[in-house]
Design a protein around this ligand. Structure first.
Ligand code: 3HC
Ligand code: NAI
Length: 702
């Protein structure tokens, strides 16, 4: 409890010379109104107190401050704003020193930039992650950072949103010193020196030296920004941030600051930032299980076992090694084991050759990975993840063995993408320990982890899987048991519709262009070519389902990129539209008795997106997902849905559910496909004039 208000404590040190202002708003010191008001009041007191000669500003816990309170963005602004507080810091006539005890992010970093001196503890990190929320630093960051660190560093931090270490901040001139001693004592001692030596106040706003070069040569800025803008296709925030930084170079400080404020305001009120903020909170909500008792503790995981050294098993093993958890890969086949371990080493070597991993770090990670043909080694795992061939009988046999050999209490997970997790769990006498951990390919890269909760899965098993997911740096989402779980089940609707579009008159490149322009990294056909058409062909044959175009391509030996041809032909990895494919498609249309027609981009887009939303509604109805936001997280992190469009369910609300319902009805009638008929939940929400966002979290139907 602070003495200024519950979030701020004002202490006096060294016979009242040094005023220490402590921010204390757990868990991250977000700069909510009370905290801002408290800092302003503490500063005013320190300014008015003749005994005080310097002020040190610091935070409690792991955070200096993680920035503005994002939940306040939807509310009217209240004074003092962060802008007001920083202006007050900047204008103080006594030295104000930021003692950056931990992470200083966004507005928290800007608060520090507004101080006259900055000290960091060795484990402090500084960052401006606003871009990840569809924003730009709106409290002076775009003006002060270039002045302190130069334009290139400022562009990198602001446009990547990635934080830097205290040591890097020191090298770039962002902090004045990294102090080894205990905080805040070391900072107070430093403040005493500043006072004793009568050091002049160093205001970032007065610095010009580091922006001189960019003033003389404006191309410096564009060159630094180009790679980030390329990656941010369709997004507003990076362009706006660049304009704000340009203001720092071209305009006097106060004008640049004012422009930054206007650009921030426009972004914060816009749809793109709302969408990204939705994803931020949805990702955190997804970790909350409504029926999870508070006292459930995850099992500690110090050793992992992965069964199967194939595409997925290898990638999953890398995930553990990457965070320093020893992992053993158990195989049934020596050649597959050797191949698998070699593929892991090869993946790391590629990272080393690209410069994203050091050779020493590669060696360290490889040391965490071992391989064996001895199934008995599963007894050593606190978690065992099975990634053998996708065959139910095989998986059941593996789990029966696991039941016999795994240590009591171990988490037993299957990476199956299509099989019934309950049936797999039933092969053991401990189904409470069994669940699905559905990684996405490549498992060491993709961040989504669908955790599939079986009907017998215990809370503790679930909590452990969530904790492992977090530990591995994944974004876990808990889902129920059904064919395809959340992601692939919705994707299947898009795949069916994409095939139908081809038969009716569209070409792969037309469909892909629409989906790409929407913001996906690639369209459905380029994606199928990458994944391999033979996978789906095999599944369809087993299920007795037909997809005339895809089947015809497979029959012609066109399995996608791996055979150099699929929906496209490939020049290296570049897809090129192929007249041969047009011929195959036209023949398929003719065989189906369809007269081909020109299909508009709008129709293509609706048919690529709305059927997935409809399936999302069914998934919610059936209790396969707990919240619409969980579905959004699945799509953003597993399938490249553009985060600035918030995920399919958020997007649906922004389009309007009535419009989506009406269009689906029309497409259902035209095609005769009952799956396109609006889901009852969609109808219900339309009737009640509500959006998906109004739905309360629900328990999974297991
Ligand atoms: N505002 C409000 N709540 C915040 C918050 C913020 N800036 N940052 C984190 N939280 C909340 C989270 O929602 C979560 O709440 P919950 O427990 O109820 O789910 C809680 O704090 C803990 O957060 P995490 O679970 O994410 O904790 P981690 O330790 O894993 O991560 C973090 C901490 C790195 C700070 C991460 O939360 C994060 O990235 N936060 C956002 C930081 C950010 O983007 N700051 C810029 C804000 S915009 C701004 O400052 C504008 C300015 O330029 C004007
Ligand atoms: P894969 O065919 O590349 O690898 C399977 C490996 O399991 C082979 O090396 C095989 O020798 C080994 N194996 C078979 N029986 C075994 C046994 N009894 N004990 C130990 N090892 C055994 O398959 P892939 O693609 O890695 O898939 C594995 C699982 O992951 C499947 O269930 C699949 O559905 C799922 N999955 C696959 C994805 C993908 O994109 N490939 C994505 C997500 C899940």
């Amino acid at each position: 409890m602070g003495n200024i208000n519950p979030s701020v404590d004002l202490q006096y040190h060294n016979a009242g010379h040094i005023a220490l202002v402590v921010m204390d708003n757990p868990p991250v010191n977000a700069l909510k109104h009370e905290l801002r008001a408290g800092i302003a009041e503490a500063l005013a007191k320190a300014a008015a107190d003749p005994a005080v000669e310097a002020v040190v500003l610091t935070g409690t816990g792991r955070f200096f401050s993680a920035g503005a309170d994002i939940t306040e963005f939807n509310q009217p602004r209240r004074s003092p704003t962060l802008h007001d507080v920083i202006a007050a810091l900047d204008a103080m006539q006594k030295p104000v020193i930021a003692a950056i005890n931990g992470q200083a992010l966004g507005g928290g970093c800007e608060l520090a930039l507004g101080c006259h001196f900055r000290l960091a503890s060795p484990h402090a990190r500084l960052g401006l992650p606003e871009i990840k929320l569809g924003l730009l630093p709106g409290a002076g960051g775009t003006q002060r950072l270039p002045r302190l660190a130069g334009v290139e560093r400022a562009v990198r931090m602001i446009l990547s949103g990635e934080p830097i270490s205290a040591q890097e901040a020191l090298a770039d001139g962002i902090v004045d010193a990294v102090l080894e001693g205990p905080f805040p004592d070391a900072a107070i001692a430093y403040a005493e020196r500043v006072v004793a030596e009568r050091q002049p106040l160093r205001r970032a706003r007065d610095r010009e030296d580091k922006i001189e070069a960019a003033r003389r040569d404006p191309s410096v800025l564009d060159k630094a920004a180009a790679p980030y803008l390329r990656r941010a296709r369709g997004e507003q925030a990076p362009e706006f941030a660049l304009r704000a930084i340009r203001g720092a170079i071209e305009k006097p400080f106060d004008e640049g600051l004012q422009q930054e404020g206007q650009l921030f305001l426009e972004l914060v009120q816009g749809e793109q930032s709302k969408a990204r903020r939705h994803v931020f909170f949805a990702e955190r909500e997804a970790l909350k299980i409504p029926d999870m008792p508070k006292d459930v503790q995850p099992w500690p995981v110090t050793r992992a076992v992965v069964i199967g050294a194939g595409t997925m098993g290898g990638g999953i093993a890398m995930c553990f090694a990457n965070v320093g958890i020893p992992v053993e890969v158990v195989e049934s086949d020596q050649a597959a084991l050797t191949r698998g371990l070699e593929r892991i080493a090869e993946n790391y070597r590629t990272s080393v050759s690209r410069g994203s991993l050091s050779a020493a770090e590669m060696d360290r990670r490889m040391q965490f990975i071992s391989g064996t043909l001895d199934f008995g080694h599963v007894a050593e795992g606190d978690v065992v993840i099975e990634a053998v061939f996708e065959e139910l009988d095989l998986k059941k046999r593996v789990f029966a063995e696991l039941d016999r050999l795994a240590k009591p209490g171990a988490l037993l997970a299957t990476n199956t993408s299509t099989l019934d997790v309950n049936a797999i769990a039933a092969a053991t006498k401990r189904p409470e320990s069994v669940l699905g951990m559905h990684f996405f390919s490549p498992a060491n890269v993709m961040r989504l982890l669908e955790i599939v909760r079986g009907k017998a899965t215990s809370h503790q098993a679930l909590a452990t899987a969530l904790a492992i997911g977090k530990q591995l740096g994944k974004v876990p989402v808990v889902v129920g048991v059904c064919d395809g779980f959340v992601g692939n089940r919705m994707l299947a609707r898009r795949t069916t519709e994409a095939e139908r579009l081809l038969l009716e008159g569209a070409l792969p490149q037309e469909v892909d262009a629409v989906v790409y322009d929407f913001g996906f990294p690639m369209g459905p056909f380029a994606m199928s070519d990458l994944a391999g058409l033979d996978v789906g062909w095999r599944i369809r044959k087993a299920r007795g389902v037909k997809a005339p175009v895809s089947d015809a391509l497979c029959e012609a030996g066109r399995f996608g990129q791996k055979t150099g041809a699929g929906y496209y032909r490939y020049e290296g990895r570049t897809p090129v539209p192929d007249p041969e494919v047009e011929r195959i498609i036209a023949e398929a249309s003719a065989r189906a008795g369809i007269t081909r027609r020109k299909i508009s981009s709008q129709e293509i887009l609706e048919r690529m997106i709305y059927p997935m939303i409809n399936e999302g509604a069914r998934i919610l109805e059936e209790g396969i997902a707990m919240r619409p936001g969980d579905i959004d997280v699945v799509w953003v992190y597993g399938y490249g849905w553009p985060a600035w469009r918030g995920g399919p369910m958020f997007f649906a609300d922004s389009v309007g559910l009535r419009q989506i319902r009406d269009r689906l009805k029309e497409y259902a009638e035209r095609s005769g496909d009952p799956l396109l008929q609006p889901a009852p939940l969609l109808e219900k929400l339309v009737a009640e004039n509500r959006g998906f966002g109004s739905l309360a979290p629900q328990r999974l139907a297991t």
